[in-house]
Design a protein around this ligand. Structure first.
Ligand SMILES: [Zn+2]
Length: 269
């Protein structure tokens, strides 16, 4: 049975098939802001997010999320990455069945309505994404929290083609120029960073997480577009197969363990 988010194949079952999922440094986590450690080095060496505009961006319903596969012209460096350039491979979303939940990470126990993941790989050290994916310093995911508010004009270009990928395992292209920078908040200098894992199988502990403190907005109706997508097959009790809308495609919270969450900013007054 393939993995998913239902009672029968959800996060609590992943360890049965994916060994790494039982590891000590898994994601997502609940960021307890009181226990984060301000690291002035992060403030003095800001992130350099160089996400380029995409022409004819390819987007897909991969059966468990909505994902955009970008060309290799976008990168991130700085902050916890130092001078190492990490190339953007794809970005995708996690969302809820209602506006009350949907994010993978929490902040002081609070959910956001959705979470956007920009997945990068360490091109300074590895030659391909596949080579980097299971290495301790292989990946960097830039996470952006999403709350309900004003419509995002750039995201509308994605919802305009979403009806073409309602079915699982389908792809289409965004015909107009798409600017991924419009999916970042104004302030990218304030973030948390910690060592963690992919939040989907195979859950490799290969991710330097960078979570921006400031959220972006999507409208309720834009989130409804994501909820209209159909997911891959689940097995039912009779051994048959049924399809359902993709909702609540977020993993359960994992213990922080011996890790420290560093902040690029000082929270104390
Ligand atoms: Zn993700």
């Amino acid at each position: 049975m393939s993995w998913g988010y239902s009672d029968t194949n959800g996060p609590l079952h992943w360890i049965e098939h994916y060994e790494a999922a039982a590891g000590p440094h898994q994601s997502p986590i609940d960021i307890r802001t009181e226990t984060t450690e301000y690291d002035p080095e992060l403030w003095y060496h800001p992130l350099r997010i160089q996400h380029a505009r995409q022409y004819n961006l390819e987007v897909e319903n991969n059966g468990h999320s909505f994902q955009a596969d970008v060309d290799d012209s976008s990168s991130i460096s700085g902050g916890p990455l130092g001078d190492a350039t990490h190339y953007l491979k794809q970005f995708h979303f996690h969302w809820g069945s209602s506006d009350l939940q949907g994010s993978e990470h929490k902040v002081d126990g609070k959910n956001y309505s959705a979470e956007l993941h920009f997945v990068h790989w360490n091109a300074a050290k590895y030659s391909t994404f596949e080579d980097a994916v299971d290495k301790e310093d292989g990946l960097t995911v830039l996470g952006v929290f999403i709350k309900v508010g004003q419509e995002n004009k750039e995201f509308k270009k994605l919802t305009d083609v979403m009806h073409e990928v309602l079915d699982p395992y389908t792809t289409t292209n965004v015909g107009t120029m798409f600017d991924p920078r419009c999916l970042l908040p104004r302030n990218v200098d304030k973030y948390w960073t910690y060592p963690g894992s992919l939040t989907t199988p195979p859950c490799y502990e290969s991710v330097t997480w960078i979570l921006l403190e400031e959220a972006i907005c999507l409208s309720h109706s834009q989130l409804m577009h994501l909820r209209s997508l159909i997911g891959g097959c689940h097995s039912n009790d009779e051994g048959g197969c049924y399809e359902d809308n993709i909702v609540d495609n977020f993993r359960t919270i994992n213990p922080l363990g011996d890790r420290v969450v560093r902040a690029s900013f000082c929270t104390r007054a």
